[in-house]
Design a protein around this ligand. Structure first.
Ligand code: AR6
Length: 175
């Protein structure tokens, strides 16, 4: 992978709600009305106004993305995307939908002048997507997008555990 693309990618361990970036991405569900995991953490940190705005959006199909303000977060925006529920018998469908999550989130970022964006490991919690496979989709889709869209300056992949971070570090080291 070209150096100037890899230089725009950063892998961190931590809590996405604490990041001071233009937008953080939420691994939401189709209702956009909150839930557990990273979704719950984002709603708690952003405050009730986020839920009020989400109620006006009217949901989001799997693979698509929607944008809101960030309210009490340091991030200006939240980009809500809905990852696939992983089914080992339908791996191709899951991969296509996860690819669309990253792609559609990055398109929304561009359209909203977001230059710095952070992604959690979409679908890798409750939705059961294996982390190594999801990491490949996340990184490959993002690199392809960055090649064609220079306006995005920084993409942070933020992982909750050191073990998950290592998977991303190792994949990025070999592409
Ligand atoms: N910062 C960064 N990563 C986090 C954080 C955080 N604060 N909290 C959890 N993670 P999940 P999904 C990681 O389950 O699989 C919700 O209820 C976590 O370790 O949040 O897409 C929604 O409403 C995991 O690696 O999202 C949906 O119903 C990753 O974030 C459903 O869960 C994603 O785990 C979506 O499931």
């Amino acid at each position: 992978m070209e150096k100037e693309i890899l230089n725009k990618i950063e892998v961190r361990q931590g809590d996405i709600t604490q990041l001071r970036v233009d937008a953080i991405v939420n691994a939401a569900n189709t209702s956009l009305l909150g839930g557990g995991g990273v979704d719950g953490a984002i709603h708690r940190a952003a405050g009730p106004e986020l839920l009020a705005e989400c109620r006006t959006i009217g949901g989001c199909p799997t693979g698509e993305a929607r944008i809101s303000k960030g309210y009490n977060l340091a991030a200006r925006h939240v980009i809500h995307t809905v990852g696939p529920v992983y089914n080992a018998k339908k791996k191709d469908d899951a991969q296509r939908l996860l690819n669309q999550c990253y792609q559609n989130s990055l398109i929304l970022a561009l359209e909203n002048n977001v230059k710095t964006i952070a992604f959690p490991a979409i679908s890798c919690g409750v939705y059961g997507y294996p982390l190594e496979a999801a990491c490949k989709v996340a990184v490959d889709t993002t690199c392809e997008f960055l090649k064609n869209n220079a306006a995005i300056e920084k993409v942070i992949f933020i992982l909750f555990s050191a073990q998950d971070k290592k998977v991303y570090d190792e994949y990025l080291a070999k592409i």
